[in-house]
Write a protein that binds this ligand. Sequence first.
Ligand code: SAM
Length: 471
Amino acid sequence: MYDVTSMKAEEFICHEEILESLKYADENKDNIPLIDSIIEKAKLRRGLNHREASVLLACDKPEKIKEIYDLAEQIKKDFYGNRIVMFAPLYLSNYCVNGCVYCPYHAKNRHIPRKKLTMEEVKKEVTALQDMGHKRLAIEAGEDPVNNPIDYILECIDTIYNIKHKNGAIRRVNVNIAATTVENYRKLKEAGIGTYILFQETYHKESYEKLHPTGPKHDYAYHTEAMDRAMEGGIDDVGLGVLFGLELYRYEYCALLMHAEHLEAVHGVGPHTISVPRIKHADDIDPSAFDNSISDEIFCKIAALIRVAVPYTGMIISTRESEEVRKEIIRLGVSQISGGSRTSVGGYCEDERPHDTEQFDVSDQRTLDEVVNWLMREGYIPSFCTACYREGRTGDRFMSLCKSGQILNCCHPNALMTLKEYLMDYAGDDTRAIGEALIEAELKKIPNERVKDICSSNLAKIEQGIRDFRF
Ligand code: SAM
């Protein structure tokens, strides 16, 4: 039976409730008065529930889709302005005991080299990432209690935070590792992580079990209940995600919102981010073997409807997607993107992009500087800000910042100051020229005069070599 506050996976992600919601959505997909009333509700910017949002996803009337896209774009502007937060993934180890059929790191893959970074190698990778200009990482590892135990992950986090090289620093480490225990989540919290990210892959239990035939990840309930354990362990910021292509997208979208509603109902705070990966080619993985792949058009519609349904939740898009798709989906609601990514273990230290241990093919292969330059030409401010969690603005405190409309007096100057650091330390000449002009224009948009003055004086100090200012 469906119960949003239940702690049992099959009750808060209730299969019958999803099927009924999809049926309701099908029955109402041409019901214009209902669709209009849902869009009106969405305009209040307090979100939609899974049933309402599923009706909008089912609707295929071009004029209504246009209205939804316009609203998504407007909500994105209101909550996130024109800032795009930058990050990079760091692959620590591809040892894995699971049998995920879509992932080349699956245990039965005997011909990919298995690699795990030593602390010396972590330092080299992070130094290379700092030299690109990154300040925020998402660490990634396969699940292997012997090769990648929690102590290894903690040691890597500690190493990463302590690397001081030139003006570089990694100021926020997000963690994407397999579902674990409350005790281990507590250790991650104590290690100072930002967001704990875990993709559900699919919410459809039967498919989930088939797609994860062996290894600890086979346990649907343990995986689905991970975010509750993470929050019990003190982690406020959790990141959800679905691997699109595995199951029917309308099922996944509905369940994803039910998961968000569950976290909000039980812990008083929804997910910090939602990621929208799609299956990509990789070593022995052929995406065409998965028959639920979605078109770029549907992909964009999902993104727009995530933006509309959960306005306070950041949305992440990786380099799995091409420049073209990224451009469209950023407009519709994405707030965070990776740039200059390498998805192989030890990949950042190589001159040429290595393919042997890659987790998936990277579509957007531009350098970080090219991505930063492109974003600015598109009218965005690439932000390397990590202030919120360092100022304790996590979980519901971050949400209140969003809700109080103080983002322009806080996130906006932080974005400008961290962009300035990037321009001074890492940018190419062209990027620097565009960036300086952008900062000058954007500074004027800070409403609070005192904040504007402080920001302006900090920008001057950054020119003199001082780093790490924040509101
Ligand atoms: N091993 C961890 C776990 O069990 O959750 C997470 C780390 S894994 C390195 C990161 C994510 O990459 C997975 O959760 C999955 O969604 C995604 N992934 C795996 N294979 C992929 C593929 N072929 N194409 C695109 N994404 C893939």
